[in-house]
Design a protein around this ligand. Sequence first.
Ligand code: PM9
Length: 460
Amino acid sequence: MDGGGWFEPYRIKVVERIPVTTARERRKALDEAGWNTFLLRSDQVTIDLLTDSGTSAMSDRQWAGMMLGDEAYAGSRNFYHLEDAVRSAYGYRYVVPTHQGRGAEHIVSRMLIHPGDVIAGNMYFTTTRLHQELAGGTFRDVIVEEAHDPDSTHPFKGNIDLGKLERLIGEVGAERMPYVSVAATVNMAGGQPISMENLRAVRELTGAAGILVVLDATRAVENAWFVKEREPGYAERSVAEILRETCDLTDLCTMSGKKDSLVNIGGFLGLNDPDLAEEARNLCVVYEGLHTYGGLAGRDLEAMARGIEESVDDDHVRARIMQVRELGDRLIEDGIPVVRPIGGHAVFVDAARFLPHLPQERFPAQRLAAEIYLEAGTRTMERGIVSAGRDPETGEHRRPRLELVRLAIPRRVYTSRQLGMVAASVARVFDRRDEVPGLEMAFEPAYLRFFQARFRPLDR
Ligand code: PM9
């Protein structure tokens, strides 16, 4: 199933005018934003590929559901609908809503990590790792080596290297490893999937050692599509069936509903153990809000319940993945170095090879994101040395092997023509790549610096 002949299984009912700017306006905007695309105002952006998080278009069914919001403080009917939707699509017995993914990560990290613990995972994610560290843990990457190689066409670059995991358990001891953190798909590796075979093996290895498996289910629906497409034995299975099988191999999940679940805000925790569920509800009350709203309005819970139902439709997922792939293929045709295979939610441009004359401490991906904005008003995001932050022990920059710019595609939002225009503008930057100088950092916040850091352009 290659998705050939795909089309968008929806029609457009409402449109939103997008801003058009001049080169001079964009340069002024970027200077004011400290050369950080996160600090641009959205009315200065023409095509916004900063993130696929909370930026999707809701359906008429979801908007109608917003009008059915039950804003009771406790026991809103929308919570029970969400609970049913999560149980049916993801299979977890207990559901705790949170305001977004990091709210769920905070609760899980507080609940399961003790100071000195080690958490293994298939590559770090910014907010996930920070919550693990704030709880006193240390993250250790056990993803397969291929994930660090932008050119490797391994079909499952999100897989865990079982040898690395086994060695880590031997080194630190299972008693200091409360859980393995499994992302599906792996954002920082380029939206790359993990296979069912690998997840099953991780389950066996950790089960024997008494270590839990925590799924970051943020884009697990997209992961299920890749399993259907690439893993022997799954071609005839539906995305919904594969998603259930994925979750059944895990103990609990954290979820940012702002991605797969097609909402602008929301998240949840899914759990099977009644005692952990009790504790999670209790922490939810402290940090998010009562356990039947978790920091969300009733209407948000309803939109998420309906979004989950829509998200597991094969036609929807096919169109989503194929649109991203089409953009990636177009960039490859133009000779632009991108992470291969093209991932689920975004195309990742390899800034290290795009701007090989810039060392990592000149922030090539940050500069490339800025240049792409200057060229035609497309907003993208750095995913390299700035995103990786500093090692909390040494204070040194962490130096990820991948220095990338991410073009993330919101779901059901942009047309193929608009994305073609983006590709053409990236190609124009590529033509003048030799003249692009680096940046220096002018302001660095303590946590998740990529969001708010400011930079100064250098002359060379
Ligand atoms: N991801 C993204 O743009 C939003 C902010 S960038 C830090 O990719 C995973 C795999 C994510 C993710 C957010 C979160 C956190 C957890 N896991 O943003 O708190 O990609 O809802 O989710 C972003 P929230």
